[in-house]
Design a protein around this ligand. Structure first.
Ligand code: ADE
Length: 223
């Protein structure tokens, strides 16, 4: 998979791309991720990419030209173009599974007060990572990239995905490690029994119990 990220703040991605599982996935050629500065596509001699909005209002608006030129530069036949915006469809694990099957993703990170409405016409998908407003699409693009890359073949063991929270719309079961008794809080007997069938059943029951108490909305979700 290849991911191109278009942003005005490329250095925000430095830590994200150079640590832990994402770094390993890049080094092992499971994914190629490139971050591009939208300013490089500005035609202005001062590299200006934004201007005042017509009709008045607060703040600066991203101009269409640099974004159109950048997308047209990186776009291939198989590209899926994603615009990050709080007005997009709310992101869920199901969508991570779907996007993990794509060959090429291009993320457009908006910033400032907003982007020119015509930029929307470039996107196949508009995604929000939740009902709150961030300063830009950079963190959302990292969140989505992270959730996708961990699903790619060979990045983490496949069994771990099957045990993820949200797999089949259920939260994960509780896990314990040593010691068996920590400050009076004991590991459930069943996990020490060595009886795999009973452990499996207990875990499934715990998933349903947890989801019912913490996230009953998930049990009704049909996507
Ligand atoms: N840009 C600003 N806030 C956002 C959000 N919640 N999701 C996606 N992009 C955003």
């Amino acid at each position: 998979m290849k991911i191109d990220i278009l942003t005005l703040f490329p250095h925000m991605f430095d830590g994200f791309l150079n640590e832990s599982i994402i770094k390993r996935a890049i080094n092992n050629h499971k994914v190629e991720i490139q971050v591009h500065d939208i300013r490089d596509f500005s035609l202005d001699k001062h590299k200006k990419v934004d201007d005042y909005g017509f009709g008045g209002g607060q703040g600066m608006v991203l101009m269409p030209q640099p974004i159109f030129d950048a997308v047209e530069h990186y776009k291939q036949k198989n590209s899926k173009i994603i615009l990050l915006t709080p007005q997009g469809k709310t992101y869920h694990q199901k969508q991570a599974y779907t996007l993990a099957k794509e060959e090429h993703l291009i993320f457009i990170c908006g910033h400032y007060e907003g982007f020119d409405e015509r930029i929307r016409t470039l996107a196949h998908l508009e995604i929000s990572i939740g009902d709150y407003v961030l300063t830009g699409g950079e963190l959302p693009s990292m969140v989505i990239t992270d959730s996708i890359v961990r699903l790619l073949d060979g990045v983490i063991t496949e069994e771990s995905h099957l045990e993820d929270s949200f797999y089949e719309n259920l939260l994960d079961y509780p896990v314990y490690t040593k010691p068996v008794n920590f400050r009076g809080m004991k590991v459930p007997e069943i996990l020490l029994s060595g009886h795999h069938a009973n452990i499996k059943k207990w875990r499934q029951e715990e998933q349903i119990k947890r989801t019912t108490i913490r996230r009953p909305d998930l049990l009704e979700r049909d996507e």
